[in-house]
Write a protein that binds this ligand. Structure first.
Ligand code: AMP
Length: 210
């Protein structure tokens, strides 16, 4: 079987670059568990964890100019403008993170993905993992959290923003052979195990090629 005839997950594993296989993007709708899983995964593979949502919330808390510009968009459940996102993130990706990172929440549109490749080419992503959860599961999880943009209506807007804006980006990465999808509706332990297996399989294949 050649990579192009394999199912999506398998295809992604075959196409991972053998030289550097830990620059990961974790995607998923609100309530998918990206933050919990992203943190644990980053710790497990010993790379920094970077969340653009957290980065922006921190800017809002510290009342910086970035935070001031971002707050209204975030409170409405909409994406902040690209120029702002890039400005906030680019200084965080530096030579220390070149060898690896778990990136949670950027890029999340096709435009951002293209810009990422253009201007941050040296941080080229090795794998994009989507934590997939249905809307009702995501909404039930969000109802137990206490963030200002977790209000039920705003959370629904964020979910639909994800489908509309991030859905096409996932197709874009699927076409590049980089996308793997993990069922995020299971228990945190089961999801963590699935992610670990995915990364271990990738690492084993990487080793056997070198
Ligand atoms: P998150 O914690 O990932 O759900 O992000 C919270 C909010 O931060 C989002 O609803 C957006 O308003 C903003 N945000 C985070 N990442 C991005 C991004 N890549 N592009 C635009 N806005 C973003």
């Amino acid at each position: 079987m050649t990579p192009s005839t394999l199912p999506r997950d398998e295809r992604a594993q075959h196409s991972v670059s053998p030289s550097a296989a830990c620059r990961l993007l974790l995607a998923g709708p609100p309530g998918a568990g990206k933050s919990t899983q992203g943190r644990a995964l980053a710790e497990r593979i010993d790379v920094p964890y970077l969340s653009t949502g957290e980065l922006l919330r921190d800017e809002v808390r510290r009342e910086t100019r970035i935070g001031h510009h971002a707050a209204d968009y975030m409170d409405m459940g909409r994406l902040v403008p690209d120029w702002l996102m890039v400005y906030a993130l680019e200084s965080k990706l530096n030579d220390a993170t070149q060898r690896g990172f778990v990136l949670d929440g950027y890029p999340r549109t096709v435009e951002q993905a293209e810009r990422f490749q253009r201007s941050l080419g040296r941080f080229r992503l090795d794998r994009v993992i989507e934590l997939a959860v249905p809307e009702d599961v995501a909404m039930a999880r969000i109802a137990t959290r206490h963030r200002t943009d977790d209000d039920a209506q705003v959370a629904r807007t964020r979910f639909h923003t994800y489908r509309r804006e991030t859905g096409p980006m996932l197709e874009y990465f699927a076409a590049a052979g980089l996308l793997a999808t993990v069922d995020g509706s299971r228990s945190p332990e089961a999801v963590a195990m699935a992610l670990s297996q995915l990364i271990d399989t990738q690492t084993r294949r990487t080793r056997s090629w070198t």
